[in-house]
Design a protein around this ligand. Structure first.
Ligand SMILES: NC(=O)C1=CN([C@@H]2O[C@H](COP(=O)(O)OP(=O)(O)OC[C@H]3O[C@@H](n4cnc5c(N)ncnc54)[C@H](OP(=O)(O)O)[C@@H]3O)[C@@H](O)[C@H]2O)C=CC1
Ligand SMILES: C[C@H]1O[C@H](OP(=O)(O)OP(=O)(O)OC[C@H]2O[C@@H](n3cnc4c(=O)[nH]c(N)nc43)[C@H](O)[C@@H]2O)[C@@H](O)[C@@H](O)C1=O
Length: 329
């Protein structure tokens, strides 16, 4: 047996759900994903969550991250802090998307290992896969082809995060795992008009058009790309499931298994919001990847399953949006 096989076989699982007093650092706890994970952990009775806002702890600053881990010594880490955005933001700020994400994940993963964290979960994204990957996309499609150009800098950072978790598992027998969610939505999403993802962008645009009595709403691209959407509460459920049940080398896909075209999505959001005007397609805007439906059969086979339908999730998110009307700049 080679030395890395030997080290791999020594990896041990640390039970997650059995000790609700364990110190769990949820990085990015005010974002879409982090806030859903906090809600889920609190509902399960976790009483010792370690939370820091961006201004309290900038995770791009290596020395500050080291000091934080040395002082706080969390038991578990869920890494949901990242520079995140939709197709336009990814295309416009490539330097930020690669540099900030590499910095955050490198600092957090390395400090967590050095300071005795029992297990860490890293979150990537379905954009790690080649633009023309087989559909539905299995985990094995990673690094088999060229990336979608609108988000390749973000994708390269996320691929580096997967490989860093794998490297630390192989070399140090450390329990670092990676989950790759599909396109997410829900409460606390980013509703910025340009920099957000399609679902919150359209919800806001249709809402404002309804309120202002506008006749038309502009939607980007051709409407033909297919996307798979998962409610963030289902993702939070999957995160807890993976923390408890999974300690493997390979990253795991997390998707709903249901895809819609952007045109179908726009019609559905329009209906949920109650906008009665017309859609106008702006084909000068990029479509991005034509299709990215993930094959989540590995995670489903372990016993996790999504619960929220797209329609119910949209109704829930629109209620949240109208009650909170948050615009992140
Ligand atoms: N949204 C989606 O559709 C998908 C998301 N994911 C993954 O889920 C994870 C979370 O994404 P999501 O919740 O949508 O993103 P959000 O933008 O909603 O949240 C990201 C969080 O990270 C924090 N953050 C960003 N930079 C720093 C920093 N330098 N130091 C400390 N905190 C920082 C943000 O704080 P602040 O706002 O104050 O900067 C925010 O709380 C990411 O890894 C993303 O790749 C994966 C697939 C799809
Ligand atoms: C999660 C994933 O998110 C990003 O990839 P994406 O799936 O292409 O994300 P998107 O939600 O921004 O767009 C989906 C589709 O929708 C169309 N579209 C229509 N009208 C609007 C619109 O108004 N805004 C946006 N953003 N898109 C629109 C848009 O043209 C595209 O065809 C990655 O960069 C990366 O961050 C990543 O991993």
């Amino acid at each position: 047996m080679g030395s890395s096989d030997c080290q791999r076989s020594r990896s041990e699982r640390s039970p997650f759900l059995s000790d609700k007093s364990a110190k769990v650092f949820v990085a990015g706890h005010r974002g879409l994903v982090g806030s859903a994970i906090v809600r889920k952990l609190q509902s399960l009775g976790f009483a010792n969550l370690l939370l820091r806002t961006h201004s309290e702890l900038d995770l791009t600053r290596q020395a500050d991250v080291e000091s934080f881990f040395a002082a706080e010594k969390p038991d578990f880490v869920i890494l949901a802090a990242a520079k995140v955005g939709g197709i336009h933001a990814n295309n416009t700020y490539p330097a930020d998307f690669i540099a900030i994400n590499l910095q955050i994940q490198t600092n957090v993963i390395d400090s967590a290992y050095k300071h005795g964290v029992k297990k860490l979960l890293f979150l990537g994204s379905s954009c790690i896969y080649p633009k023309l990957a087989p559909q539905p996309i299995p985990e094995e499609a990673l690094l088999t082809g060229s990336l979608e150009p609108t988000n390749e800098w973000y994708a390269v950072a996320k691929i580096a995060g997967i490989k860093m978790c794998q490297g630390y598992r192989i070399q140090y027998s450390w329990d670092a795992i990676s989950g790759m969610p599909t396109n997410l939505y829900g409460p606390n999403d980013n509703f910025h008009p340009e920099n957000s993802h399609v679902l919150p962008a359209l919800m806001r645009r249709f809402h404002e058009a309804k309120v202002n009595g506008a006749k038309e709403v502009v939607v980007w691209g051709t409407g033909s790309p297919l996307r798979e959407f998962l409610h963030v509460d289902d993702l939070a459920d999957a995160v807890v499931f993976m923390m408890e049940e999974y300690s493997g080398l390979e990253h795991l896909n997390v998707g709903s298994g249901k895809e819609v075209s952007i045109k179908e999505l726009a019609e559905l959001v329009k209906e949920v919001v109650g906008f009665e005007g017309e859609l106008v397609w702006d084909s000068s805007k990029p479509d991005g990847t034509p299709r990215k439906l993930m094959d989540s059969s590995k995670l489903l086979g372990m016993g996790w399953k999504p619960k929220v339908s797209l329609r119910d999730g949209l109704v829930d998110t629109y209620k949240w949006y109208t009650a909170n009307a948050v615009t992140k700049q």
